[in-house]
Design a binder for this molecule. Structure first.
Ligand code: GLU
Length: 299
């Protein structure tokens, strides 16, 4: 389907080199954008210096190029937009839609991830503060892969953090802001971020930002049942011939590349995948075990 208003993006955090799990997300979002003749942008989520690895941002870009996944325009670095995030935070504080919170982890441990609004009526005691946004809403949306989503944010999450105690912008605020500022219309990303989507939509609604459509793809899990990630030391993507790796990624995304594709060039392979791309064929599961990878490379 041609969607001339399609703007998609891939938004890696530069905490390490790309691995096979990140390739699935990059490839799915690239193909979804290109098959709609849309724009595909690259955003580097470099807002968390303590977790970043020197050189990762460059290595991610070289790897995307090596796999033929070229993005449009220049790379967007979140670290260059700190002032704009500050302004949004201030706007929420000024309109009493956000408030400082100095609750300690220990104090919050009994609530198991839910924030019961302890600082809503003012701080108790002293100490560094995070900023939380008021959250009284329920968020619903149609995920293009996972179907109808209903999140009782107020009941299950409570007021969540938009500015961290260490003075850094929280991922939820930066992502909500950038998706809107970059005019992103379609987000395709891993299902591990599905529960971030209602938080980001809640913020976008508060700012009257336009809302994107979402598709969350299954994530790869390793033999220990953990998501393949830079934190649990997933291997960097192979630097050799990208084609067998892409063919395997396409297979796991349900796109059924024919045997003959092994002889295609990289650009022919991506052109084939773009032409026949179908989100409907992506498995409706949450997890894909790495054990189901047939091709001979380490993940
Ligand atoms: N930077 C986030 C990550 O690598 C993803 C951001 C997003 O797709 O919204 O997990």
């Amino acid at each position: 389907m041609v969607d001339s208003c399609y703007v998609g993006r891939f938004a890696p955090s530069p905490t390490g080199p790309l691995h096979f799990g990140s390739l699935l997300a990059a490839l799915a979002s690239y193909l979804d954008a290109r098959s709609a003749q849309g724009t595909w942008l690259l955003r580097i989520d470099d807002i968390d210096p303590p977790r970043e690895l020197a050189g990762a941002s460059d290595s991610i870009q070289r790897t995307l190029e090596h796999y033929g996944l070229f993005w449009d325009g220049s790379t967007h670095y979140q670290s260059r937009h700190r002032e704009r995030y500050q302004e949004l935070k201030q706007q929420l504080l000024d309109t009493q839609q956000a408030y400082p919170c100095n609750c300690s982890r220990k104090q919050l441990a009994p609530y198991q991830g839910y924030y019961p609004g302890l600082c809503r009526d003012g701080l108790k005691g002293s100490g560094d503060c995070a900023i939380r946004v008021l959250c009284n809403s329920t968020i619903e949306f149609e995920d293009r892969i996972q179907g109808h989503q209903h999140f009782a944010l107020a009941k299950e999450v409570g007021d969540f953090i938009i500015w961290r105690r260490d003075g850094l912008v929280a991922y939820q605020l930066a992502a909500a802001a950038d998706d809107a500022w970059q005019g992103i219309t379609h987000v395709v990303r891993g299902i591990d971020l599905l529960d971030s989507t209602p938080r980001q939509r809640h913020l976008q609604q508060l700012f009257n930002f336009p809302l994107a459509s979402y598709a969350h793809i299954p994530v790869l899990i390793n033999d220990q049942g953990k998501k393949l990630s830079k934190q649990n030391l997933a291997r960097p993507l192979p630097t050799g011939d990208p084609r067998p790796v892409l063919i395997e990624a396409l297979r796991l995304l349900g796109q059924q590349p024919p045997e003959t594709m092994v002889d295609a060039s990289l650009s022919e392979l991506l052109a084939w995948a773009t032409k026949l791309w179908s989100l409907d064929r992506i498995p409706r599961t949450v997890e894909i075990p790495t054990a189901s990878i047939k091709a001979g490379f380490d993940v």
